[in-house]
Design a binder for this molecule. Structure first.
Ligand code: NAG
Ligand code: NAG
Ligand code: NAG
Ligand code: NAG
Ligand code: NAG
Ligand code: NAG
Length: 443
């Protein structure tokens, strides 16, 4: 399924429900908003890795990931005249430890933007089969914005935490991997649809049309733990704790109870929130955003018109070295919240029924935000990204596509470090919740 499918989720449901509205003219909630998920069955710590040696034009490297996703799964990448796309790493990456076969892999990238799990990116720490290993006789190939991998697809055990071992997990063993220096591989927590086309079976039934069960699919199938992943990241400067993944629910101790939060319908290949818009202070910027939440992306990418509006209102200047916007300290003291409004339910109101008076959709929006401090790049890292240590860089960048595109926005770590996120594969919902770091001054 593509992002177009996510967008049509709203309109298809609208058509079905509009029939019901005829009989019942009161506002109708289309999407049932589930309550917060239950407490997780178990949690694992994750590590934050900051690589500032990527250097030139770090905003561009996130767009590279993006264009590449579109190339593989959707449509040709947006034209970005005058820019070349470098396969550079992300600045901030979160990793977890995974036991695969008889090997241990400390530096597995935690990625909600992809769904295959594979090891062997570090040739000195290749896949080590256990006694339960078997071959699928399949070849796996996955392309990412920041690199690619090619290898054999095998079946083996995967250990997530003491006492939590998955049996018969399909795993990639890299023969060749590019763009993952310093890492062992990827733990893919995206929806299973995203694995379609990645594994080519050499034995009948041959071809690559089958999906490959993800870690989350198998945890659920083998233990009954709900297919919910809770993700907690800590922003730069708070070194006491790096982050945590929660399996089967969320870690209630990591969120502000009674705080701001919401659960949204998602669908298809990515963890997407199809109907989102941005406001700077109280001023709306840009049109509709179709966003994905991606733990493998550092920055916040918005449509080009929203970005232009943001630049205008903040008075920021585009820095040609880093590709990021920067502001003066006066502009920083005047910075307003950047609001991210996500459609939570869709209501239909019919005042007077006639063909000319079609039902009207009103989206009830839930408002999240980045505080002024959350909108700036951690100043301690300026020098490492090739920036000026005295400049104040902003974390919002342009995706290079306009409003109304099927995919024009990536909600990356700069947001996910401020809001707890949870991903429910069974009910196809994604949620965000306030944490004690939402309003923290750390940058
Ligand atoms: C950091 O990123 C650069 C550029 O992408 C890469 O060459 C380098 O190996 C990375 N270093 C580490 C320690 O990950
Ligand atoms: C891409 O990399 C080349 C060489 O590594 C560099 O000269 C160029 O500026 C980079 N382009 C961007 C957009 O980062
Ligand atoms: C690769 O793996 C070896 C063996 O585990 C380890 O010593 C080395 O530090 C790893 N390299 C990187 C760049 O992580
Ligand atoms: C999915 O939604 C149903 C109905 O609201 C609920 O009973 C069930 O517990 C949910 N499952 C998960 C894993 O959230
Ligand atoms: C923005 O809107 C809020 C609520 O709608 C209001 O309380 C606040 O005064 C407004 N701020 C400005 C600067 O207009
Ligand atoms: C930004 O400012 C420029 C120059 O003043 C103006 O032409 C443009 O319409 C503005 N764009 C937005 C989206 O506000």
């Amino acid at each position: 399924m593509s992002f177009a499918t996510i967008r049509s989720l709203v309109s298809v449901t609208f058509i079905l429900l509009s029939l019901r509205v005829v009989a019942n003219p009161t506002p109708t909630s289309i999407v049932t908003v589930a309550d917060l998920p239950v407490q997780a069955a178990f949690t694992v710590p994750i590590q934050k890795i900051v690589n500032t040696t990527g250097g030139i034009n770090i905003a561009q490297s996130g767009r590279a990931r993006w264009s590449s996703s579109q190339k593989v799964f959707l449509q040709p990448p947006p034209a970005q005249p005058g820019t070349s796309v470098n396969a550079t790493n992300q600045v901030i990456t979160y990793t977890m430890k995974l036991g695969v076969g008889s090997g241990t892999y400390q530096d597995m990238i935690v990625d909600t933007g992809s769904s295959n799990t594979w090891v062997g990116a570090n040739y000195s720490n290749p896949y080590e089969p256990s006694e339960q290993s078997s071959s699928t006789y399949g070849i796996v190939q996955v392309t990412y914005g920041s690199g690619l991998m090619f290898g054999r697809e095998i079946i083996d055990i995967v250990n997530l935490a003491p006492g939590f071992t998955i049996e018969g997990q399909s795993i990639g063993s890299a023969i060749f991997a590019f763009g993952f220096n310093g890492f062992d591989g990827i733990a893919g927590f995206g929806p299973v649809d995203l694995t379609k086309g990645t594994v080519t079976a050499l034995l009948p039934p041959s071809g690559n049309s089958q999906t490959v069960a993800t870690l989350m699919n198998n945890i659920h199938a083998q233990t009954g733990i709900p297919e919910i992943l809770g993700v907690y990241f800590a922003p730069e400067g708070l070194s006491s704790e790096n982050g945590q993944l929660a399996f089967g629910g969320i870690d209630q101790s990591k969120i502000v109870s009674g705080g701001i939060g919401g659960v949204f319908p998602t669908s298809g290949q990515y963890w997407g929130v199809p109907s989102t818009n941005f406001e700077y202070g109280n001023t709306s910027i840009g049109g509709q955003q179709t966003c994905i939440a991606d733990t493998g992306t550092t920055f916040l990418y918005m449509s080009s018109d929203a970005f232009q509006g943001y630049q205008n209102l903040t008075g920021a200047t585009l820095d040609s070295t880093t590709g990021l916007l920067y502001i003066t300290s006066d502009q920083y003291s005047n910075l307003k919240n950047l609001n991210i409004n996500i459609a939570e339910t869709v209501r239909i109101i019919v005042l007077e029924l006639s063909i000319a008076n079609l039902p009207h959709i009103i989206s009830q929006m839930k408002q999240f935000y980045l505080t002024p401090n959350a909108q700036i790049f951690p100043r301690a890292l300026n020098k490492g990204i090739g920036g000026d240590p005295n400049k104040i860089y902003l974390v919002a960048a342009s995706s290079g596509t306009g409003s109304g595109s099927d995919l024009n926005c990536i909600i990356g770590l700069v947001f996910l470090e401020r809001w707890y996120s949870f991903y429910n594969t069974q009910n196809q919902t994604i949620g965000f919740w306030q944490t004690s770091l939402t309003n923290a001054n750390t940058n």
